[in-house]
Design a protein around this ligand. Structure first.
Ligand code: MN
Length: 227
């Protein structure tokens, strides 16, 4: 069998500490998972979590350059904890969910906010707002076997040295086990899935030349330059 053109390489993310890589199956994102961010966006605080996806080639490694995407005049940063799934399942119970976690990483859920607002108003899908090229920067994954399961660490993001987002993971409305459990009732979760778990308040627009640096204590930091 011959492919008619070269097949894409398997998408993967670096793992801290050795040369191994985490092969990516899907990229899920949780919407509206910190109360203060829901309030800053003017959304209903009582909604259950919901999910959207980004394509595999949206991944952008730490240290990379984020090309300002076309079609938007308001592209915003969202710093997020990313869960890397190591063991699949369906209908995963909250109390079993952490057994399915391989590790954690820091990610940015880059968003064309103006297109998202238009989509919301029109009841249309979020693809153009969330699933564009390079929209999922991610730092190397740290195995849970080494760092455990951080649940109250500081999460922050600075643009050009000025801190814009600064929160803690315990302020998530749906914590990691609850998020995995919810997701597994809608999709068969598989090894290789990444889950971006939502952003705290303080999201804002970036422009070419900006340098975004984010971090989660105990997990790592990431630097992305907007070009
Ligand atoms: Mn987000």
């Amino acid at each position: 069998m011959t492919y008619i053109f070269p097949a894409p390489e398997t998408a993967s993310v670096a793992i801290v500490g050795n040369g191994d890589r985490f092969p990516v199956h899907r990229i899920y994102c949780i919407g509206r998972n910190y109360l203060a961010h829901i309030q800053e966006m003017g959304n209903d605080e009582r909604q259950p979590p919901f999910f959207f996806q980004k394509p595999l080639d949206a991944l952008l490694p730490s240290g990379g350059e984020f090309p300002y995407p076309p079609g938007s005049e308001n592209v915003q940063h969202e710093v997020e904890l990313v869960v890397a799934i190591g063991k699949g399942g369906v209908n995963i119970a909250v109390e079993d969910a952490l057994d399915h976690v391989y590790g954690y990483a820091l990610g940015f859920d880059m968003t064309r906010r103006d297109l998202q607002e238009k989509a919301k108003k029109g009841g249309k899908p979020w693809e153009a707002a969330k699933a564009f090229d390079f929209a999922a920067p991610i730092a190397p994954i740290r195995p849970a076997s080494e760092i455990g399961h951080p649940s109250d660490a500081r999460i922050w993001l600075a643009v050009n040295g000025e801190v814009k987002q600064d929160s803690t993971l315990d302020l998530q409305i749906w914590n990691v086990p609850e998020g995995i459990s919810h997701l597994s009732k809608l999709f068969e979760v598989k090894a290789g899935d990444l889950i971006y778990t939502g952003t705290p308040a303080g999201v804002g627009a970036i422009k070419p030349g900006d340098v975004m640096i984010g971090g989660i204590d105990g997990i790592g930091e990431m630097k992305i330059t907007v070009v």
